[in-house]
Design a protein around this ligand. Sequence first.
Ligand code: PBG
Ligand code: ZN
Length: 354
Amino acid sequence: MKLLRSVPQPMPAGPDFASGAPLPRARPRRLRRTPALRALVCEHAVAVSDLIEPLFVVPGRGVRQEVPSMPGVFVQSVDRLVEDVREGHDLGLRAVLLFGVPQHKDEQASELADPRGVVQRAIGALKRELPDLLVIADLCACEYTSHGHCGLLDERGVIDNDRTLALLARGALSYAACGVDMVAPSDMMDGRVAYLRHALDEAGHLETGILSYAVKYASALYGPFRDAAQSTPAFGDRRTHQMDPPNAREAIKEAQLDAAEGADMIMVKPALGYLDIVWRVREAVNLPVAAYSVSGEYAMLKAAARNGWIDEDRAVDELLVGCKRAGADAIVTYFARSFARRHNGKPHTGGRTR
Ligand code: PBG
Ligand code: ZN
């Protein structure tokens, strides 16, 4: 009897109905009726503890300057950075990713491995002031070279992969000596994860992790970051080391290589436009995956919001939960602070709550 009753009945005849058409058998809308129901069947959520906040450190004291193409993002000296991170920490942000803009740039990227460099000092100060904060330091030469390339150049002006490995290893060791929790090589040199793991282990830094930017595309969306870090290449581009946007199978190769070389976590970058890659990497590799929502993504959203063209907060929630849905465990985002402020420790689904 029950079964019989669930058989669709014909639509009642009338001016609004095609007479005789069956009623819909399935009605997915039933589960969307009320906030409580929507919350009950919600599949993914973003927690403040999923987020990694990227931060820029510059030399000096008392410096805090907004990046013009990234409203709400600042380059700061170590003293101001510590204050700023403490505020974020109070809002539940537990992980930061540091980028340094050095005093002086040269062809050898000398300041990259300087024990008194800005990043090294920032790591030391943050670990001292906020011992439970997870401090990750980006590792690449492009902020430190006068030519803005991600490594040491050979006589043709091409990045010399293997000499660059040695430079990166010196940088990683200097960060590890200051107590960094993880180094995040973003250079895309071949073999760097194995090289860094070996160097760290040899020096006794067995617990220093490697968050590898395994899958980093040569994207147009890094522009605002390069303004902030003053790291635009003086000539040429990054296409001989960063990945070509049309390639997906190659992303799996990169991720698997880095996993085999000893990476602890894998990054995919950018996020928006590459969520299929996040998903594929998630499926292919048994390591936590981070998605990096890059500076250009931030700038686009901010610009549209400032024009009144989109609702920033809702768009941010939606894009972040999209990263989770694609399989990201962690998300690097310049919206970390505003998200934490709005959701103040509570997970959020990206759905509309207002
Ligand atoms: C350094 C590095 C870059 C970013 C992260 N690490 C710049 C680049 O590759 O040019 C970009 C991050 C962003 O755009 O937010 N290699
Ligand atoms: Zn670089």
